[in-house]
Design a binder for this molecule. Structure first.
Ligand SMILES: [Zn+2]
Length: 474
């Protein structure tokens, strides 16, 4: 958990406009100023909630490649912005109006500027070809539908599928044709900046391997950018049609790229909260709580959420404003909530307000308990809900979890550090497997091979730079 919710409000009116890429006139629900406003609001919300991986050469590189590429695109006049998000998800995405995001998670899996250029070019393509406008308008309609319901049911809907995307960002989904077009545009934009486009299929190969690796985090980029079918083969086919002259003087910039990912956080940053089994600890905010055993749990930028295995109960923790009494009042004052009992109490030495309630939602009546607890300078609202049928069984578990909220005092848990990428220059040629033995990593072997784009048997030449991962919570 990092930050508090930002909201996105958007407008739409119908107009006819020329598509900058196809040159065709098409019906657009949204004018360009509206497109920019829509993208900017969504973008600012994500930056605020997730945070940027700032103060880094990596961020500067993303901005440099993006800015140069966008200037040569069909829509150079948009207020292009390129952000590197402090997010472990392996992802890149675009909002209408030219707001492009790459995650640090993705950057740790790439191995050259040419690969990064392919990804950024693809995202720019979604904006120049106006895929983002169409996708966002569609999703907006769905969101407006939800906004009419209470915040409670909105949250339930939002986190209902907890095995979905990691960071809880508003991802736009594109169709097959849009993906094909974005791949092609990315290829062309990369070439415009003299990047060696022979590197581009490697991005798709790496993400494919990451998907296939059992137990690994599925790259979000793959779920939000569906494979249009044989993506690697299509990239190779595009290469085959390219005149040899266009590959003269192209650049890969592998070593320069690797230098900017040296020392980069790898995987989830435990300082933003992490689980040890059912126990959740937050080193930066210095609190902990223990969720019911066996529940599915997730640490999101703006909430910590958990759900019983059978799906009949949920528990969420969110930051709130005001005193515990005010925060609780704001929560139970929502439409559809009926308070059965309310009290002031102390939870592990912390001032708290407690309420038991019933909630009427679109999916039926829910029974719940909410607590607003003051810890240091923040008030947290914890609320547990279950279906009324499951309440007799789930209520004790929800109450126990809420009452487990306490100040985190264990220095070992507070002083935890994230895993980081470390570069090794090979003193002699060696296989991937030997590299792993000689320079151990704190993640499994498969991950090390994937982040380097090699196999166990690959013979890597002397003087090559490879990545390993050190430190972190085991
Ligand atoms: Zn895409």
């Amino acid at each position: 958990m990092r930050r508090i919710f930002g909201t996105v409000a958007l407008l739409s009116t119908a107009a006819c406009a020329t598509n900058p890429v196809s040159g065709r006139r098409e019906l657009s629900l949204i004018s360009e100023p509206q497109e920019i406003q829509m993208g900017r609001e969504a973008s600012q919300g994500d930056v605020k909630r997730v945070g940027e991986y700032g103060n880094s050469g990596a961020q500067a590189l993303v901005q440099r490649i993006g800015t140069q590429m966008a200037a040569k695109s069909e829509r150079p006049g948009l207020p292009w912005e390129f952000h590197l998000l402090d997010d472990a998800a392996v992802n890149a995405f675009a909002y209408p109006g030219g707001f492009i995001f790459v995650t640090r998670g993705l950057m740790t899996y790439l191995n050259s500027e040419a690969e990064l250029a392919e990804v950024i070019g693809h995202e720019i393509g979604h904006v120049t070809a106006k895929h983002t406008v169409a996708a966002m308008s569609k999703q907006q309609i769905a969101q407006i539908g939800l906004a009419g319901a209470s915040i409670l049911s909105q949250r339930v809907a939002q986190y209902g599928d907890m095995l979905g995307t990691g960071a809880g960002l508003l991802f736009l989904k594109f169709g097959r044709d849009d993906e094909l077009q974005a791949d092609e545009l990315g290829f062309r934009y990369s070439l415009n900046l003299q990047y060696d486009v022979r590197e581009s299929p490697k991005v798709f190969t790496t993400l494919g391997r990451l998907s296939a690796a059992s137990g690994a985090r599925v790259p979000e980029w793959q779920s939000t950018h569906p494979d249009p079918g044989n993506r690697v083969q299509r990239a190779e086919a595009r290469l085959a049609t390219l005149p040899a002259a266009s590959l003269v003087n192209t650049k890969v910039n592998r070593d320069a790229y690797l230098r900017v990912v040296d020392g980069m956080t790898f995987g989830d940053d435990p300082r933003q909260g992490y689980f040890r089994g059912a126990r959740f600890v937050h080193p930066a905010l210095k609190f902990e709580l223990t969720f019911p055993t066996g529940w599915k749990t997730m640490n999101l930028p703006d909430a910590v959420v958990a759900q019983s295995a059978d799906g009949t109960a949920q528990l969420q923790l969110v930051p709130a404003t005001g005193t515990p009494a005010q925060a609780l009042q704001q929560f139970v004052g929502q439409q559809g909530i009926t308070v059965r009992q309310q009290s002031q109490t102390v939870v592990n030495g912390l001032t708290a307000s407690l309420a038991e309630f019933d909630a009427t939602t679109q999916s039926g009546t829910l029974t719940g308990v909410a607590a607003a607890i003051q810890h240091q300078n923040v008030t947290y609202v914890l609320f547990g809900i279950s279906t009324s049928a499951a309440a007799p069984q789930q209520s004790p578990a929800l109450n126990a979890a809420i009452r487990s909220f306490r100040t985190l005092t264990d220095a070992t848990l507070i002083n935890v550090q994230p895993a980081t990428v470390q570069l090794i220059t090979l003193p002699e040629a060696m296989t991937g497997q030997t590299f792993l033995q000689r320079y151990p990593s704190s993640v499994d072997a498969t991950q090390v091979y994937i982040i380097n784009g090699i196999e166990a048997t690959t013979m890597v030449p002397r003087g090559s730079v490879l990545k390993r991962v050190v430190g972190g919570v085991r």
